[in-house]
Design a protein around this ligand. Sequence first.
Ligand SMILES: Nc1ncnc2c1ncn2[C@@H]1O[C@H](COP(=O)(O)OP(=O)(O)O)[C@@H](O)[C@H]1O
Length: 279
Amino acid sequence: MAAVARLLRSSSSSAVSFLRRSLSTAAATELKSQSFPPRVDTGGRNVQWVFLGCPGVGKGTYASRLSELLGVPHIATGDLVREELSSSGPLSKQLAEIVNQGKLVSDEIIISLLSKRLQVGEAKGESGFILDGFPRTIRQAEILDEVTEIDLVVNLKLPENVLLEKCLGRRICSQCSKNFNVASINIKGENGNPDISMAPLLPPPQCVSKLITRSDDTEAIVKERLHIYNDKSQPVEDFYRGRGKLLEFDLPGGIPESWPKLLEALNLDENEDKQFATP
Ligand SMILES: Nc1ncnc2c1ncn2[C@@H]1O[C@H](COP(=O)(O)OP(=O)(O)O)[C@@H](O)[C@H]1O
């Protein structure tokens, strides 16, 4: 633990300052007077969006689809944590312990992992981003706010019983890393809310024998993650709501129902040129 703490002390301030340097260049052409949802800037500045939402809501699915459509990287801090975990690097044991209790990794470690990822992207000429799973605490949101301009924050929502079933049904191909879901969800809406149905998202034949379940997708850990989300991450929604940046989106069902509606809410067209969205 002491070694990790030392490592963090030495890396965290440089991580924040790197985050500041790499993101402030991108924000130099920031959009000051934007409509809502904002126009995607075509003048050298790609979108800088954040996806919020409870565990299992589908942040990764929709963020990665949008990143392809808009030609910007999809950066998921959960993926960065899992990569670090499986790398058997100095942090991996400590991270395994935290993640398998459903707890949040410290802001310092997450900022450091994110900074490294941005550094690699910067070297490859990436610009813009869709962040998924970051920020998850008010402190992380404040740091991000200090270093760059976020255009839009999409808050994906589903009822808690659907989230639990989705997490328990989640499967990942250990070879291609794609996400699937074996759950067949049919939940009656309560208190005037609509019913929710989601067909399973089954893997192609070549992935079937390679499916794995995330170690933190057990019922007890998912419940803890939901509890921590409500406690630590919901205030982040208020942070962006107060800045007029939050787009609330209640998912109406699975991908076939939700994707076209999300595009509509974002004023995007699947067939449009990359980088172009009309307000
Ligand atoms: N921004 C973050 N801050 C702290 N911990 C994080 C952050 N992003 C990811 N993690 C850690 O990685 C785990 C997995 O993250 P993620 O894949 O986004 O899962 P989910 O949203 O389904 O809970 C989290 O439970 C947490 O331990």
